[in-house]
Design a protein around this ligand. Sequence first.
Ligand code: SAM
Length: 293
Amino acid sequence: MKLSEMKQLLVERDIQLTKSLGQNFLHDANQLRRILAVAELKQADRVLEIGPGLGPLTELLAEQVGEVLAIEKDARLVAVLKERFKVGQASRLSASDEGTGGTPILRLLHDDALDYLKRDARDWSEWKMVANLPFSVASPLLVELALAARGPERMVGTLQIEVAKRLHAEPGAPDYGVLTLLVQLNYEPQPWFKIPPSCFFPEPDVDSACFCLVRREPPPLTDDQRGVFIRLVKRSFSQRRKMMLKLLKQDWPQPRLAQEFERLNLSPQIRAEKVSREQFIQLARNLTEAPAA
Ligand code: SAM
């Protein structure tokens, strides 16, 4: 989809873009191709797209995979998408609000994707997520999918470069924190690449990046242990400069914590920013067990 087509659609419909919905549309064909290559799409794939906008990514996805579920919050864009995909690509695509009427290749939902994901805790394990994410909700959306009991096999998309760096951060780095650990628990980050503002319309104020997360097999923690991991990470980073053991005393008894820190060879003075994903995982496993006699 060319930039001129995007502008024309917006003018024809008198659509003024909404900054709070992160409406920066990706028109650079080269970058779209690179994103799709990272997604390693196959004809049998099912793809969840969050925020299809005017559909530049949607149309390419629908050419390459078996099913696309696209969730868009802005009713004006949903109307454009319905028209574009029904009329333009009738032989390949059909749009449906309810997903009824045969087996549509493209299902289009008018909804807030975050609300939808929270409401509908479905099994995404045989899906991929591919999206140019709305910046304002990119992190909560990723966390929601990454911590789902059965999350997508691969998640690929664009977001602010600062957030991509946080997804990849190593212990001790300033970007390392809650987002890093909640996403990396079940997903292995792959190398990211930068996408300049000029590839979007309108141009965002910040650089973007294409990220890729691949689900780890098998999942490192059980459902119960995952709950403990989330609690541990959030509490440990609630005051970054404070000693982790002191913060955790709000949730677990001090003697138990002291015992588990010693078992893992963790200094009682250590701060959360120095504790690795593997150490948080082991601590979550140990704290889920009954205390040692
Ligand atoms: N995929 C299109 C593209 O590449 O040009 C648009 C991407 S634009 C960065 C983000 C899109 O997400 C916008 O269309 C916006 O309306 C939509 N959006 C924003 N918040 C949303 C939400 N909570 N749920 C679903 N869509 C949302």
